[in-house]
Design a protein around this ligand. Sequence first.
Ligand SMILES: [Fe+2]
Ligand SMILES: [Fe+2]
Length: 312
Amino acid sequence: MTIQSVLVVEQPTLGFEAEKKIKLVDIEADKLVSNGEFTVPEENAFGRSFRDYENENNARHRVVEELYRQQHIHQTFEFVKKMREEYGKLEKGEMSIWECCEVLNNIVDDSDPDLDEPQIMHLLQTAEAIRKDYPNEDWLHLTALIHDLGKILIHPNFGGLPQWAVVGDTYPVGCGFSETIVHHKQHFKENPDYKNPEYNTKFGVYSEGCGLNNVMMTWGHDDYMYLVAKENGTTLPSAGLFIIRYHSFYPLHKCDAYKYLMNEEDRENLKWLNIFNKYDLYSKSKVPIKVEEVKPYYESLIKKYFPAKLKW
Ligand SMILES: [Fe+2]
Ligand SMILES: [Fe+2]
């Protein structure tokens, strides 16, 4: 399918269900028992260990480093505010979830040292691996399928944003930058927020336990897809939206940084994110999926949790 055949850029329409209540997930993640053993492969698609950002022989090493240089310099509190306002209007286009999967299929994520495959394979591999181990959590299968759709921001029709404003690990802005952030040492000094006393303390503009919902994260595909899902009135549970929104927040889920900003609901949802993350990271191996075979199942989930057409 060509992009022109699926993207219809329209005038903004007001009144869609922006504030539709999000259903709370009523199952506790830590009480779930997986029905299968998910085996963590030792090598990624390039035959190296996962998330290896230091390996200079890695073909993508320099691209990744440059991406983080730009991200660390340019992602400021003001920048994020501006992007959330602009993209929150959802006036870039209208398409279904599956159409977006197909458009995204032509985009390769430069920030990812593990992945050199079309995005749709990554999405389906993640979703199918989770489906196998958690067959009854259909919302989690769909969450996996859509978690990276926000990468559409790279596409010219969606602003053609540079990679540093779309992909890569995310972290809060408006408070001090944690030392656990990848490539922390190099470039934050050039970020205007670094010297701003309003933003450079442990809590910055936030307070202890304020809840991640009140914290502004670096702008990228996570927050964008969260906005799209929420503003289009998805019925996905709170944990699904949490996964979409924070799946690249590695300082939190890998290093326990910024935990003091979380509230009780965040702590519950984080259990699900930890489950999801294992699959997001390690299903990036060359396990081929027959797209047409699994498509009807995912189409049925899309129908259950989303409107037929979404505003983007
Ligand atoms: Fe992602
Ligand atoms: Fe992903």
